[in-house]
Write a protein that binds this ligand. Structure first.
Ligand SMILES: C[S@@+](CC[C@H](N)C(=O)[O-])C[C@H]1O[C@@H](n2cnc3c(N)ncnc32)[C@H](O)[C@@H]1O
Length: 305
């Protein structure tokens, strides 16, 4: 039996915030769980999730976590251990703008960067996933992170001051100038690929593109299944051709500057019709026969062949 003194010491130790050494172990377990949930087996992605300190990016706790039962629930304390779960964390809760779900990002990131590559991260928020991307591309690679919201962009820039391989920019990632990229990782819901994303993709480069209908974010009173609200496509450039593949269903914060009513209508009709998993190509023209297309917008299409 422990003495009462030993019990008191034990209780005191366990009421303290976790130490960095303990958190490093928690992060390793978190990385394994996140990748298992995502169905991803990739040592580089796992190492990124195990290495990057989420609390460094999200600022001081307690943090707000959205739950099904109530909109946001604060973590019990500011112990960073509460950040190492597969959960969204509020960044600007009043706008339902969150640090994204780790397993979704693990799945999308696994489809993309290699060491030494240039990644452009659109909708970087305060940079937690930017840091994981930077870890994956390593010192020989680099990341350009773009955030539209000026308050978040200030925090993004501060989080990467002194990091030579991460450049942060404030602006509209659907318009802003950036160097040719091997990977463009978009973290907000567009209705169409912006021209610059396709133009600046290197040959062999990949665009990770969430497309959402007008039902692709926020309340869902009609109970529309997520598969009919939004979809992430992986677009791979081959010369002047663009191969396309459905990766995942998604509901995500809208992308400023990359939404238009006509594409939104075309997307709504495409989600209604189904068949997104048979898409193989993206075309930058609007004159294809309907039967060849899942989505046929006035000047672009997602097609089966
Ligand atoms: C779902 S949040 C994700 C933030 C971040 N990736 C994370 O997980 O912490 C989407 C972000 O995209 C940003 N955003 C929306 N439109 C944008 C645009 N055109 N260019 C750059 N950022 C944009 C929003 O301000 C928001 O921070």
């Amino acid at each position: 039996m422990p003495t009462s003194e030993q019990t008191a010491v034990h209780a005191a130790r366990f009421s303290d915030r976790m130490e960095q050494g303990e958190l490093a172990i928690v992060r390793r377990a978190y990385a394994k769980h996140v990748l298992a949930t995502a169905g991803v087996d990739d040592a580089r992605v796992e190492a990124g999730f195990a290495a990057v300190r989420r609390e460094h990016f999200l600022g001081p706790g307690p943090w707000l976590i959205p739950r099904w039962s109530r909109p946001y629930v604060p973590t019990p304390s500011d112990d960073p251990v509460y950040l190492y779960q597969d959960a969204l964390v509020g960044l600007v809760p009043e706008r339902s703008l969150n640090n994204g779900e780790p397993s979704l990002h693990a799945m999308l990131i696994a489809a993309a960067p290699q060491p030494g590559e240039h990644v452009v991260h659109i909708g970087a928020g305060v940079g937690y996933y930017t840091a994981i991307l930077a870890h994956i591309v390593g010192e020989s690679g680099r990341v350009t992170a773009v955030e539209f919201d000026s308050g978040l962009a200030v925090r993004l820039a501060a989080n990467f001051s002194g990091h030579p391989n991460v450049r942060s920019l404030q602006g509209d990632g659907a318009q802003i100038e950036f160097d040719p990229a091997d990977v463009i990782y978009v973290n907000a819901g567009a209705t169409q690929p912006s021209d610059i994303w396709l133009d600046r993709l290197n040959d062999g480069g990949r665009l990770i593109l969430p497309l959402t209908s007008d039902k692709g974010f926020g309340e869902n009173p009609e109970n529309i299944p997520i598969q009919r609200r939004g979809a992430v496509f992986g677009i791979k450039r081959r010369g002047n051709e663009f191969l396309a593949k459905w990766i995942s269903a998604v509901a995500i914060f809208p992308c400023e500057g990359a939404r238009d009513a006509e594409s939104e209508r075309a997307l709504g009709a495409a989600f209604e019709k189904g068949g997104w998993e048979r898409v193989t190509r993206l075309y930058r023209r609007g004159d294809l026969p309907d039967e060849q297309c899942w989505l046929n917008a006035p000047d672009w299409a997602l097609a089966y062949a």
